[in-house]
Design a protein around this ligand. Structure first.
Ligand SMILES: Cc1ncc(COP(=O)(O)O)c(C=O)c1O
Length: 471
């Protein structure tokens, strides 16, 4: 690690652990450069990175201060305490109501699960699509049937290698988005009525998959910053006959939580010792804000038990519906299910994305996207500070674009959602992320859309509605 990276991480840790608190002055550039033997330029570089990550703010002629958008652990949302009993989730109607509300273009989409389409290289993709279709060999309609386009699978495998995981192209099955991959993975490793351990709160797509396939769920407490509680999971595994886990260990939806590398590797070891497959939803993996990407669970998988499901929907090409499962030892079963369910994934789309990845530019695009999201995060968080009433809490995630906000206990987030819609604003109320409609006073906000006065006005309105609903 270079010196500026060490400085960045050390100061970020001091802030996260509460040694430096919101409003505190950061060590002066001169002092730090003298103490650490670093040039002033190195310290300034580290401070700029900390500023971009939302830890510090620069005040004219006064230096750097811990950002007011940064909150110490006392201000964090409470850790989930789900009922640890097995249940059939029941969430669909409410989810459909909320999703329907986000479709209109004029709605401020704070409840959406997608970043702004303006952040994607749509023109380059259109060119890649045209080029791929022009050059398409008629035989590819046969050759690119599942598991999918060979060049694409090779490129996905290379991306795993960069992330520290060894995945062979042969274990990758291309799917229609991550959601199909997740559903196929679930069907491949479990049978109806089997118990699946899921996070609490969890992505509603997970709840719907478990609900519609007749599996049962047991919810595991999930920390808003550190993700699944592995100790609690172990206790549940001792008690229940859990047949699979479905987790997001990085930038979890809706919490934004990321497990530490140690707890992720411990999780994989624990499941390996009991031969339990882990379905990992990793759609936000590439949207990390730190210097380095987070090592995926797949990197610790020695037994082929991790089924890693990814897609290009959140990073490159929403609407193209292109995803995959790196299915480990379950690849043949996932492949069969893919053929039975939808036969194949659109062949021109596979060729187009393979062409785009091959001609370069994806990494550059990702760097720009991460930078935009990080900058937007800082703007949204400082607006929350300005407009939300005291008693609301949140955590600044280290990646992705979702924010989990706890409201005062008396506030019903479904009511806030319905009132906000009357003002042309969507939010995602907490109960859609729970098998038992818990999290009544929580909501998920999306900061994936560029900061504008309209967004600021929307956040101000939500703050007012929260105040009104808490009376
Ligand atoms: C956590 C999570 N997983 C999976 C998906 C589905 O991804 P895709 O659009 O690639 O099917 C979404 C989309 O909202 C998501 O938020």
């Amino acid at each position: 690690m270079k010196l500026y990276q060490q400085l960045t991480e050390q100061i970020a840790t001091l802030i996260r652990e509460g040694t430096l608190r919101s409003g505190d002055r950061a060590p002066s550039i001169r002092q730090l450069s003298r103490n650490r033997g670093a040039s002033p330029a190195t310290v300034v570089h580290a401070y700029e990175l900390l500023q971009a990550r939302g830890y510090l703010e620069a005040r004219p002629r006064s230096g750097f201060f811990v950002s007011s958008a940064w909150r110490s652990s006392q201000d964090e949302p409470t850790v989930s305490q789900p009922v640890r009993r097995v249940a059939h989730p029941d969430v669909s109607n409410l989810v459909f109501e909320v999703l329907e509300a986000m479709r209109a273009r004029e709605v401020v989409p704070l409840g959406s699960a997608f970043p702004s389409p303006d952040l994607f290289p749509l023109r380059q993709l259109a060119r890649a699509l045209a080029a791929a279709v022009r050059r398409m060999d008629p035989w590819s309609t046969v050759e690119d049937l599942p598991p999918g386009n060979t060049m694409l699978r090779r490129q996905i495998a290379q991306r795993y290698l960069i992330a520290g995981a060894r995945v062979l192209p042969d274990e990758i099955v291309v799917t229609a988005g991550a959601l199909e991959g997740l559903n196929l993975a679930l069907q491949a490793v479990t049978a109806p009525r089997d118990i699946v351990a899921i996070e609490s709160p969890s992505f509603y797509g997970c709840l719907q998959a478990v609900e519609s396939s007749g599996r049962r769920a047991v919810e595991i407490p999930t920390h808003p910053r550190y993700g699944v509680d592995v100790d609690e999971l172990e206790r549940v595994l001792d008690r229940e006959n859990v047949r699979a886990c479905w987790f997001m260990t990085m930038f979890q939806n809706p919490l934004g939580a990321t497990m530490t590398t140690d707890s992720r590797s411990r999780l994989v070891r624990l499941l390996a010792s009991r031969n339990i497959p882990l379905i990992e939803d990793s759609v936000y993996t590439d949207l990390y804000f730190g210097k380095e990407r987070v090592k995926p669970a797949k990197a610790f998988d020695r037994k082929g038990l991790v089924l890693d499901c990814g897609s290009f929907s959140k990073t490159l090409a929403p609407g193209y519906r292109l995803g995959w499962v790196a299915a480990g030892r379950f690849a043949p079963e996932v492949l069969r299910r893919k053929i039975m369910t939808s036969l194949a994934t659109s062949i021109p789309i596979q060729a187009a994305i393979a062409h785009y990845l091959d001609t370069g530019g994806y990494e550059r695009h990702l760097r720009g996207l991460r930078w935009s999201l990080q900058t937007q995060q800082a703007a949204y968080l400082s607006a929350l500070e300005r407009h939300f009433p005291s008693g609301t809490r949140w955590i600044r995630p280290d990646g992705g674009y979702l924010l989990w906000v706890e409201l005062p206990a008396s506030v019903d987030a479904i009511k806030v959602h319905r009132l906000a819609l009357e003002h042309g604003i969507s939010i995602a109320p907490g109960p859609i992320f729970s098998a038992r409609r818990e999290y009544r006073n929580f909501m998920r906000l999306n900061y994936g859309h560029p900061w504008t006065p309209k967004v600021e006005a929307a956040i101000r309105t939500i703050g007012r509605l929260i105040r009104e609903c808490s009376r």
